[in-house]
Structures are given as structure tokens and as C-alpha cells.
Design a protein around this ligand. Structure first.
Ligand code: NIG
Ligand code: FE
Length: 385
């Protein structure tokens, strides 16, 4: 069964050889989908016949958003903590402990319902691939459970046992790192593709460079790809450690020194920016222009989680990236699609070309520019073909 999607005012391909500008835009376009992949794309007037036709009537079509950083397995929420921050309280990661308590207390079905609701929210806003982390269980069984549930909705699952040191290990950080790198990793690796660590010596709850290195190296030995939460609250070792170890992505990158930017520019690690965090913690936004000027690959993601960024909306992140981080609309759209795919080291998503996965997002608007131009308006949705 093949489908011709036509009536596309503007098709973003992310293939500069295919169309105009950095997003490879084809105007008045069509594409043919067969067996879940793109079989043909080009000007609508040259389109071949297909079994059925879907006319999007002058809308823009983009590669589905790739949200490469989200924490969707958790119980409870932290609306009261958010309200306190809006009147001046600082974010230091301490609130994670309350989500850990609520997550441990929740049933599988409660966690599954919340997870599925958030994935549906994302899809309704144009996200077709999402990465999901553990990190609110912090026992062997609770971390393995989080990843088992996450695997029900995505292959991009990340073991984040090293999120914070849980209360029962207070004052015994080294013992907790031993647990994470030993039996917890062994129990979680079968359900995980990636390992991540909250490398943030500025937080009393998170991990320093040495502990982070131990976690990442153990994850690598277990066959997992590497990701890092780094440089969120202050400059620190996270970015350079991520680049040195060849991590796929280092996320946050809010506080960078020149050596961090140089390392990113010389390495293969994507810098993933999470503007929902700065919005929700009332913090200064990362300097996207500085990274782009240095030639660093920049991705955008929601970091959807109950503490620092409870948004599932990639369009909202795109709008913030443009308005608050100095990115152009095309840089932001690239970051939310091809950038996210690069951060997950995926060649089959984040772009539209023959053979790519047929993950399409359609806008109730004629141009990708409207994502930032019309903030807060529900324009984007994943297209069910
Ligand atoms: O990416 N920085 C660490 N982890 C999450 C926040 C988790 C939370 O506050 O619950 C983040 O911002
Ligand atoms: Fe995060």
C-alpha cells in the first residue's frame, strides 16, 4: 500500500542537495510513502501515482521532531516547587528526591499511564521519536522497571541510575556509584541503549567528573552508548568528559568556558540545548550562537520532566530557541529534527529522503517559520499516514 502525500506548500527535507537553504526546502512538493519509508519526493507536478492520495492542502510538512532528551517515567509532580522558583527559590536538583519517592510508590500501571499520556502529548505536537531515561527509581528494581516500561514506547532508552545520590546512600556516594556501575547496571542494561549521568559538581546531589567517568566507562563496557547531563548549573567537567569519551550528546551546556566550546568543535559530540529548563528554572539561556559560530552540531530537546522542564512541546522549545537563544528559525527547526537524530546517532530519522523513515509532521501553516512566529499555537502534529 503506497500513499502520495501532496498539496505540501513547503517540504523541509534537511537535505541541502534537494532544496532551498539550510533546510533543503522543496516548495509545492509531494512525497510517496511505502512500507513505512519515503519512496519518492519532489515537485508535486512530477509525482508518480500511488494507491491512495492524502492532500494536506497547502500546509508545511517537516521530518517528525526527534526529542532526544526526556524523563517520562515518574510519579507525582512538582508544581509547588515550580511556584516557589518563580518567587526566587533556586534550582539545584534537590527536588528530584521527592519524585523518587513518588515513583517508587507508584504501580506499574500508574507509571505506564503517565508515560503513554506524555508520549501521546508529544505526538500531538509533532514529535515522532523520543528518548526516555530512567533516573527516578534509584534502586536496582525501580530503575529496571522504569526502563522496562520505557522500552514499551521507544527503543531509545537511557539508564540514568546516576541521576542523584538517593537518601538511603546519604554520605556514601562512593557506595552508590559502586551499585550503579555494578548490579544496577547489570539489571538495567538489557532494557537500555544508552547510559547517562548528571555530571554537576555544583549540585550537592549529583556527580563529579571522576564518578561520572566511572559510570560512563561501566556503561560502555556493558555495551551502552554514552550521553551526559553537563554544565547545567555551573561550568564543570561534563562537556569535556563527554567529548573525551566520545559521547553521542552532552545536554544542557548552559555554562561553558572557551575550552568546552573548543572541545565540542573538535569532537563528534552533539551539544543538546534544553531551553525548557531555563524557562522553568528562571535561568539564563545557553548561548547557541557561540556554539554555532564554532561549528558545533546543536540539537534541541524538551528535557520533559516534572522538576526542571515539564513541557512536552518541541514547538515551544523551537520558539524559545529563536526568541531567547538567538537561533534562526531554520537553525531551530534543524536542531529539533536532524540535530535530535544526530544526538541519537540515527541516520533513518530527522530528515526526509528516499529510504528515510516516513515520520512526518504537518503544520496548520504554510511554512516552518510559523513554529516560532506563532508561539503557543497548536500548529504541529505527527501525520498518521
Ligand atoms: O535534565 N539535571 C538533571 N535532571 C533533570 C531534572 C530532573 C528533575 O529536576 O526532576 C534535567 O534537568
Ligand atoms: Fe534531563
Amino acid at each position: 500500500m503506497s500513499t502520495l502525500v501532496t498539496g505540501i506548500a513547503e517540504l523541509v527535507t534537511n537535505d541541502v542537495s534537494r532544496g532551498e537553504g539550510p533546510l533543503g526546502v522543496v516548495s509545492d512538493a509531494a512525497l510517496v510513502i511505502a512500507d513505512g519509508a519515503v519512496g519518492w519526493l519532489g515537485p508535486a507536478r512530477e509525482a508518480p501515482a500511488a494507491d491512495r492520495v492524502l492532500d494536506v492542502e497547502g500546509r508545511a510538512v517537516l521530518p517528525g521532531f526527534v526529542d532526544s532528551h526526556a524523563h517520562l517515567v515518574f510519579g507525582g509532580d512538582r508544581a509547588v516547587e515550580f511556584e516557589a522558583r518563580m518567587t526566587g527559590r533556586r534550582y539545584d536538583g534537590g527536588g528530584i528526591a521527592s519524585t523518587v519517592d513518588a515513583t517508587r510508590a507508584a504501580s506499574d500501571d500508574q507509571l505506564r499511564a503517565r508515560l503513554r499520556a506524555l508520549v501521546a502529548e508529544m505526538r500531538a505536537q509533532g514529535t515522532t521519536t523520543v528518548e526516555v531515561k530512567s533516573g527516578y527509581g534509584l534502586t536496582i528494581d525501580d530503575e529496571a522497571r522504569a526502563l522496562r516500561l520505557a522500552r514499551e514506547v521507544t527503543d531509545e532508552t537511557t539508564f540514568l541510575g546516576a541521576h542523584v545520590v538517593p537518601a538511603e546512600f546519604a554520605g556514601r556516594r562512593d557506595d552508590y556509584v559502586e551499585l550503579v556501575t555494578g548490579p544496577m547496571l547489570a539489571a538495567c542494561a538489557p532494557y537500555a541503549s544508552w547510559v547517562d549521568v548528571f555530571c554537576e559538581p555544583a549540585s550537592p546531589h549529583a556527580f563529579d567528573g571522576d564518578a561520572s567517568r566511572a559510570v560512563l566507562e561501566a556503561g560502555r563496557r556493558a555495551g551502552l552508548g554514552l550521553r551526559v547531563h553537563g554544565n547545567q548549573l555551573a561550568a564543570g567537567p561534563g562537556v569535556r568528559l563527554a567529548v573525551e569519551l566520545g559521547a553521542a550528546s552532552v545536554d544542557h551546556c548552559t555554562h561553558l568556558v572557551d575550552a568546552d566550546v573548543d572541545a565540542l568543535a573538535g569532537g563528534t559530540t552533539v551539544a543538546t540545548l534544553l531551553p525548557g529548563v531555563e524557562f522553568s528554572t528562571r535561568s539564563p539561556y545557553p548561548d547557541a550562537r557561540r556554539l554555532l559560530a564554532a561549528g558545533v552540531t546543536v540539537a534541541l530537546a524538551t528535557d520533559c520532566n516534572p522538576g526542571s522542564s515539564f513541557t512536552s512541546s518541541m514547538p515551544f522549545c523551537i520558539a524559545m530557541a529563536v526568541r531567547e537563544m538567538g537561533m534562526t528559525p531554520s537553525e531551530a527547526v534543524w536542531g529539533a529534527t536532524a540535530g535530535g537524530a544526530a544526538a541519537l546517532r540515527r541516520a533513518d530519522i530527522g530528515h526526509l529522503g528516499v529510504g528515510a523513515r516516513a515520520d512526518l509532521t504537518v503544520l496548520d501553516a504554510p511554512s516552518y517559520r510559523h513554529l516560532a512566529y506563532r508561539p503557543g499555537v497548536p500548529l504541529a502534529r505527527a501525520l498518521d499516514v
